[in-house]
Design a protein around this ligand. Structure first.
Ligand code: HEM
Length: 213
């Protein structure tokens, strides 16, 4: 499945489709550490998740459908976080507890890039390494550093796999909004669920005791 040709080469390396750099988005850059898990580990995980070439095709089919909807999608996702105090706290200032608007805005830009990278993922070493980086950024090892903010030390891990459900459930209407068949929408949605869960699992590594991942 890693033999498939990249379809979104212009959308990697931290540039937006319009070409502007996204602050802190370091996908593909030398500063990103090598993941402590291998491409073979990834293949094994994909196998157990029943994540195959059909899913990769379905994700890629979703790329042009979602490309001009990322802002609207993020309005919905951020709306969910903003209306869920248990989640909003992780964007709060460590002293006042008030949501940090600058932090929310900075992360939002990288989140938009992530939508396109998830749809066009090549599952190569650079992708794997950036998964590790995103995990670190949610954990106490690296949270807050990218944006230089003073917020909670970590995102508590239990919420990360849980957020898979609201993220993918609310994505479905966006997948359906451009005339794809009902079957195609179902396939794209199922592929998104698997991909987001796959990533949430990879992001767990910094939270898991040594040797237990
Ligand atoms: C399936 C679950 C999740 C997905 C897909 C997701 C996605 C993302 C992405 C793409 C980024 C930016 C990564 C980068 O810097 O390039 C990010 C950062 C962040 N996310 Fe999540 N996230 C998830 C779960 C959560 C949860 C449950 C919270 C709790 C509110 C959360 C809070 C944050 C915060 C605070 C950051 C900024 C971390 C930093 O300081 O660098 N995330 N997330």
């Amino acid at each position: 499945m890693r033999l498939m040709k990249p379809i979104l080469p212009a959308l990697t390396l931290g540039v937006t489709p319009a070409g502007a750099a996204v602050p802190g988005y370091t996908y593909g850059q030398p500063s990103v550490a090598r993941a402590p898990y291998s491409l073979d580990d990834l293949a094994a995980l994909q196998k157990v998740l029943l994540f195959g070439d059909d899913d990769i095709r379905a994700l890629r089919q979703s790329a042009p459908i979602l490309a001009d909807q990322t802002d609207a999608i993020l309005d919905v996702w951020y709306g969910f976080v903003a209306s869920t105090p248990e989640l909003l706290v992780f964007f709060g200032n460590a002293r006042t507890g008030e949501p940090d608007a600058g932090y929310l805005a900075a992360v939002r830009q990288r989140f938009a890039r992530w939508i396109l990278d998830t749809a066009g993922a090549q599952y190569d070493q650079a992708w794997l390494d950036y998964q590790y980086e995103i995990g670190l950024r949610h954990s106490r090892i690296k949270k807050n550093r990218t944006d230089g903010v003073d917020s909670t030390a970590q995102v508590n891990f239990r919420y990360i796999p849980a957020l898979t459900i609201p993220i993918t459930t609310t994505l479905k209407p966006f997948l359906a909004s451009k005339g794809a068949s009902v079957a195609d929408v179902e396939n794209m949605h199922a592929a998104w669920v698997k991909s987001v869960l796959l990533q949430a699992i990879l992001w767990s590594e910094p939270y898991v005791r040594d040797g237990a991942f």
